[in-house]
Design a protein around this ligand. Structure first.
Ligand SMILES: *Cc1c(COP(=O)(O)O)cnc(C)c1O
Length: 709
């Protein structure tokens, strides 16, 4: 089984700066874990020749973005050669021209990541600059990147003779890959609808952001500018192709395209999956949010990459010599209790000393040190603690319990509010009373991140709930014996157990100012009343037994779960294996099953206008519904009574087919346990929707007819 994993970013190593934040780091860790657990996986991305920017922060707090040119010969990538030993090129359609891409390969053990680069002689000067910067340029550059990623990526795999069993889209940026695959089938004479079923059968989509603005939207006009000469190659008319991603009148949403062309969609934490259902519900209002098929596979980290050498040494000695390959086994992590407190603390202090030294911080290893580092997206609220400087002053300059806070992060060059956060932090760090207490470290990247997650004592995270899809830096901190203090958002909402760190409920109602105020108060209070006193509760040997107990509980409960080996294994069991199987089934015998599904859907779609819930009645213990199906067969639909369960969920009762009342009109019924009042109170109704044993999920046609209310 071979998996193609497409991503706009890959954070594999600090020497290859083609990532901007969590999305890329996750992709890099995904590839590493796939290699570890023996899944054959190929990454596909872009070699941005100037990468993501390097950050300088000036004395006034302004951020400067530097884009040094990288020499690929000095990067950990090799040119990919064709059968004749020459460098491999592929072409992609961009408007009325072809842009050629050179192909590079980064090797991660047995896994390979193929990276495309347009900076070659054959291209015009403008096209050579196309792949310079990750998330650089305007919407034009953006769509070109996505054409390169999606369409170019498929062509790279084909040039290498690869036929993946499953295609994994890491975020919607790469979703054009599904169009390219339809085009390939079309070129073999396969009709569009059949090709779409075949593509959908073995495609997986992971969505990454609950922030609506985080989803790429292009105008139809922009798509026409770049792809008008491409539509016809897909064997369908423009309107139908654009319809795959259409939202509103004339906007094309890449997330919508990704959903329409996948058999499985997942969010990156349990909470994020719920939030994504709500978000996607707007596009299919006829389907309750609870029924939108988004599952959760919570993110993880590649533990071997992020754990400090001192920690790894302890894990090897006390857990298992082979702990890296058993990292997802909770049993071995129970042995964390066997590590003497002193040894665990010494290991942490060594990592802390290294951080202090490498970052050149004028602080002592004995001081409680808090880290806050991530992209400076505004929802992460980096400046939350500054609203009450007096109180912050009392906390960090406490006579017995001194505290330092280290901040780091980049703001996207177009994100001015994000850059204002940097300015604020810089200014605060320069204030007399916060000198040597509050620090802003430049150029947050994998290297700085490693130092921080290994060397601080507490990892602070204050997102505006529920905007943090998962968050992974706290997971890196956890395996290093660093305690999380975080809003219960993303991964932490499912990981916090009351003993493995600190959780802040996270206000979800009220004005923005009220919410900030509530969460800020919670952090201050935790720092004053719990975190500082516990940290400084030293015994004779200078360690806090209570603190170490929390550290051990944190490692024990978090390390076996929030790692990418567990995560990739979940993708394998829930997505890769079943979809590889589904792909084989739909493609067998020259796409017999895909053609059948497409024909069935065509029939249903053409006749759905006749389907109607004509009446619903409670009679005695029965609920009865009269349904007009017209030419649709009664076995092709499911009829359900659906109501609210009062806890944000739904109750459902399937109605069985009884008999045909008149031509095309049928009675469906079931025993309903409740009373008429309960029926009304739960806002119950009856719905009918098309089903097929050959569908990947119940609502994949997005057709539902509801009874009148
Ligand atoms: C881990 C990591 C991130 C992601 O951190 P979040 O907590 O998910 O925001 C971003 N940037 C770098 C350099 C990282 O190492």
């Amino acid at each position: 089984m071979t998996i193609a994993y497409f991503s706009a970013e890959f954070g594999l190593d600090e020497s290859l700066p083609i990532y901007s934040g969590g999305l890329g780091i996750l992709a890099g860790d995904h590839v590493k874990a796939a290699n570890d657990i023996g899944i054959s996986l190929m990454g596909v991305g872009v070699l941005y020749r100037r990468g993501y920017f390097q950050q300088r922060i000036h004395h006034d707090g302004s951020q400067e973005a530097l884009y040094p040119v990288m020499d690929p010969n000095r990067l950990p990538v090799k040119p990919v050669l064709n059968d004749w030993g020459d460098p491999l090129f592929v072409g992609v359609p961009v408007g009325n021209r072809t842009v050629f891409l050179k192909v590079w390969c980064a090797e991660v053990g047995k896994a390979k990541v193929y990276l495309m680069d347009s900076d070659i002689d054959r291209n015009s000067e403008a096209d050579r600059r196309l792949t310079d910067r990750l998330y650089g340029g305007d919407q034009n550059t953006r769509i070109c990147h996505e054409i390169i990623l999606g369409i170019g990526g498929v062509r790279v795999l084909r040039a290498l003779g690869v036929e993946p069993d499953v295609w994994h889209m890491n975020e919607g940026h790469v979703a054009f890959l599904t169009l390219e695959r339809i085009r390939e089938y079309s070129a073999q004479g396969i009709p569009f609808d059949t090709a779409l079923e075949a593509v959908r059968a073995n495609t997986v989509f992971t969505t990454h952001t609950p922030v609506p603005a985080g989803h790429d939207v292009f105008s139809f006009e922009l798509l026409d500018r770049y792809l008008s000469d491409y539509y016809w190659q897909l064997g369908e008319e423009r309107a139908k192709i654009l319809g795959l991603g259409r939202i509103g009148e004339d906007q094309f949403n890449m997330t919508r395209l990704a959903i329409r062309t996948s058999s499985r969609v997942n969010g990156v934490s349990k909470l994020h999956a719920q939030v994504s259902k709500e978000l996607f519900h707007q596009w299919t209002p006829q389907i309750p949010a609870q029924d939108i098929p988004v599952t959760a596979i919570t993110n993880g980290i590649h533990t071997g990459t992020w754990a400090a050498p001192e920690m790894k040494e302890l894990f090897t000695r006390f857990l298992s010599p082979d702990w890296e390959s058993q990292v997802a086994d909770p049993q071995i992590w129970n042995r964390i209790e066997d590590i003497p407190d002193q040894e665990l603390w010494d290991a942490h202090i060594r990592a802390k000393q290294r951080m202090i030294e490498r970052l050149g911080l004028p602080i002592s290893q004995n001081e409680l040190t808090i880290g806050f580092a991530r992209r400076f997206a505004t929802y992460k609220r980096a400046a939350l603690l500054f609203a009450d400087p007096e109180r912050l002053d009392r906390i960090v300059n406490h006579p017995n319990y001194p505290v330092c806070i280290i901040y780091a992060g980049k703001a996207h060059p177009n994100d001015y509010p994000g850059q204002d956060l940097i300015r604020t932090i810089k200014q605060v760090s320069l204030m007399e009373r916060f000198k040597n207490r509050i620090f802003l470290v430049e150029n947050y990247d994998i290297k700085i991140a490693s130092h921080l997650v290994q060397g601080v004592d507490v990892w602070l995270n204050t997102p505006l709930k529920p905007m943090e899809a998962s968050g992974t830096s706290g997971m890196k901190a956890a395996v290093n014996g660093v305690l999380n203090c975080s809003v219960l958002d993303g991964w932490w909402s499912e990981a916090f157990n009351g003993r493995n760190g600190w959780g802040i409920e996270g206000a979800m109602s009220g004005s923005r100012e009220e919410r900030d105020q509530a969460d800020r108060e919670a952090v201050y209070r935790l720092l004053e009343e719990e975190i500082s006193p516990l940290y400084y509760d030293w015994d004779d040997s200078g360690i806090s037994p209570g603190w170490i107990a929390k550290v051990k509980e944190s490692i024990r409960s978090l390390a076996p779960v929030y790692n990418t080996n567990r995560m990739v294994a979940e993708y394998r069991e829930n997505f890769y294996q079943p979809l590889a199987e589904r792909g084989r089934k739909l493609l067998a015998n020259r796409m017999e099953a895909a053609a059948r599904v497409a024909a069935y859907k065509r029939f249903i779609r053409r006749n759905w206008q006749h389907v109607e819930v004509q009446s619903v009645e409670l009679s005695g213990p029965m609920v009865q519904a009269v349904i007009h199906l017209g030419p649709v067969w009664n076995k092709d639909v499911r009829v359900e009574a659906v109501g609210s369960n009062g806890y944000g969920g739904l109750w459902k009762q399937q109605l069985d087919y009884a008999y045909e009342i008149g031509r095309g009109i049928h009675l469906f019924q079931a025993v309903y346990g409740g009373t008429a009042e309960e029926w009304i109170r739960s806002n119950a109704n009856v719905r009918v929707f098309p089903v097929s044993p050959e569908f990947a999920d119940d609502f994949e046609m997005e057709l539902v007819a509801w009874g009148r209310k």
